[in-house]
Design a protein around this ligand. Structure first.
Ligand SMILES: NC(=O)c1ccc[n+]([C@@H]2O[C@H](COP(=O)([O-])OP(=O)(O)OC[C@H]3O[C@@H](n4cnc5c(N)ncnc54)[C@H](OP(=O)(O)O)[C@@H]3O)[C@@H](O)[C@H]2O)c1
Length: 246
């Protein structure tokens, strides 16, 4: 039975993808801070799901993550779905700090530990590290300074790991999944009239396909690929004048 661990599975995309993998017959390890929500997954799929309360910003996060790998007796795929802090035009410093803690430091700790796990278990079948990054990494967004910067960091770190794995002959594939807006709790602290918002029903199968087919980068969806492709072409002197406030 194949095994996936999803960090950030107590709500939103992570929770939906966890339930779908359990339905597909995988063993699923789920983690986040809110254990009572993780337990609802365990109750739905008692033989397939194991859960652990992990705060990726806590000093024991890696130890707990490694314990979860052991409980599952291995890990074929890690999906890092933990994230926060997309909208902060007021530049609230606490919000910025939380965003960096979860999206940069927590991300680095867990993904680094997953890479080292695959490096040590080089004789097992190919592993995969997948991360829900975002289209927001494409440029610095004034209304989401820490968030867009943190997502760019994730893009770059994953690209670097892919190269390192090749250099070190580590049997791990890297999947960077970049959704546009998805209707989840993450969007609750921002404007309500956002464009091109996608449902979980639409996004979850696309996330799963990216993992199962081993895509290196998957932008969800093609409309967002076009929009962010156009953003890339805008020179910095014009970009700063764009009043992006959705
Ligand atoms: N929704 C969108 O429009 C959108 C677009 C592009 C990318 N994404 C990315 O997709 C990922 C999932 O977001 P979502 O939309 O599904 O939002 P969500 O429903 O708010 O899910 C966020 C998950 O992160 C977990 N989390 C937050 N802080 C954590 C911490 N300190 N330790 C462990 N887990 C933590 C939360 O669990 P606990 O609170 O229980 O810890 C929750 O399970 C994020 O990385 C987000 O940036 C979302």
């Amino acid at each position: 039975m194949r095994k996936i661990i999803i960090i950030g599975a107590s709500s939103g995309i992570g929770m939906r993808v966890a339930a779908d993998f359990a339905r597909m017959g995988w063993r699923v390890g789920v983690a986040a801070r809110r254990g009572e929500l993780l337990k609802t997954l365990k109750d739905q799929f008692p033989d397939r799901v194991e859960y652990s309360e992990i705060d990726v910003t806590a000093p024991d996060a890696v130890e707990r993550f490694n314990d979860l790998i052991e409980t599952l007796d291995g890990m074929d795929v890690l999906l890092y779905a933990a994230g926060c802090g997309w909208y902060n035009p007021a530049l609230d410093p606490a919000d910025d700090e939380r965003t960096v803690q979860v999206n940069v430091l927590g991300f680095t700790k867990i993904v680094n530990a997953a890479y080292r796990y695959y490096k040590q278990t080089a004789n097992v079948s190919r592993g995969r590290i997948a991360v829900l990054t975002s289209v927001a990494g494409v440029k610095g967004l004034g209304i989401s300074a820490a968030y867009s910067a943190s997502k760019r960091y994730q893009w770059t770190y994953l690209q670097a790991l892919d190269q390192l794995a090749h250099q070190q002959h580590v049997n791990v594939g890297i999947t960077d999944i970049r959704p546009g807006f998805v209707r989840t709790d993450l969007l609750k602290n921002g404007p309500t009239d956002l464009p091109m918002v996608m449902s979980l029903d639409y996004v979850a199968p696309r996330v799963e396909r990216a993992i199962l087919r081993g895509y290196r980068v998957a932008t969800i969806d093609s409309r967002w690929a076009v929009v962010t492709g156009l953003w890339r072409m805008i020179p910095a002197c014009l970009w700063r004048r764009l009043a992006i406030d959705f």
